[in-house]
Design a protein around this ligand. Sequence first.
Ligand SMILES: *Cc1c(COP(=O)(O)O)cnc(C)c1O
Length: 367
Amino acid sequence: MTKVLETRLEIDLTALETNFKLLKSYLSPETKMMGVVKAFAYGTDSVIIGKHLVKIGAEQLAVAYIEEGVRLRKAGIKAPILVFYPQLEDIQNLVDYHLTPSVYTHYFLTGLCQELTHHAVDSFGIHLKINTGLNRLGFELNEMDSVVKHLDSEKKIKVAGVFSHLAASGNRDEIEFTKTQIAKFKEARSFFKAHLKYDFDSHICNSSGILNFPEAEFDMVRAGIALYGYGNNPKEHQLLKAVASLKTVIAQLRTIQKGDSVGYERMFRAEQTTEIATLPLGYADGISRIFGNGKARVLINGKKAPIIGNVCMDTLMVDVTGIECDEGDEVEVFGKHNTVVDFDSHQQTIPYEVITRISQRVTRVLV
Ligand SMILES: *Cc1c(COP(=O)(O)O)cnc(C)c1O
């Protein structure tokens, strides 16, 4: 018998290409694409996805932490890599591996400059992050003067980019707010253009920014979730293709009778004769307990089967009454045929969280 992995996360690079091309089609040809591959490329595999994105034309990549960038460099990726949340404790690796930090405090800028005195580098690239309303990370507009002054005294640093992040680019009710963010960003961009006297890349759009605010594409966009197949409206959902498919098999089938219960705390009680299937994956694999008790559906032989009872650590049970199936049959938990939006049928959370939570215990397989 050939060995078939029971639980695995399949990665489909053709889907990635489809999504990449779709996003490119919304942009002017000269706009650069930064592929966001933080958190293991949204739960898939950052090396496989990062390499392929560069191959199909992404000019730059982005990660959250320095460690994540080092991993890509060690795998041979040469493209610029922006680090959204660089930590000073890891600053030496940042410089050694030629990663580009997002800079949003004077504190970090001082630490970086100190580190650079130990390296024979010139024009070390950074991207300045500006807060335009998300209130997460970024210099305020009224700090720009002091930023320019600080940079004037640092000859080893070059501003390669100025960027900001949108708070609600996927939300139609917040269009006016997003426009104020874009306006503030334009102000910041003009300020730095006037004071730095050299060119840099400006960028503010994430995936839904690309789709909903084409007037704000500037020099580059930062695409994450859409590359992996998820958008913010039904039209995009149809055009985008899921890159990751979480699959497993039926470990055991059984028939229970009216009054029988299923799983810990006996949360499911059968009201009639019920066929149930046990699947060998649980919350330790990344299927949160919020999906227990009817809140999510998996796909078995073309039919939707709801999760019943509490999700266990290594297993969960689904109701397969009326579904023709056997032990060993394949199950698509979510993916190409049962998108995360279909799986999370009660909208307990967002696709970002579902796909990034798949634990490293689950083997990644390229298909
Ligand atoms: C994660 C992230 C992105 C990508 O956002 P998506 O909505 O997944 O496209 C872009 N920019 C920043 C700063 C991020 O943290």
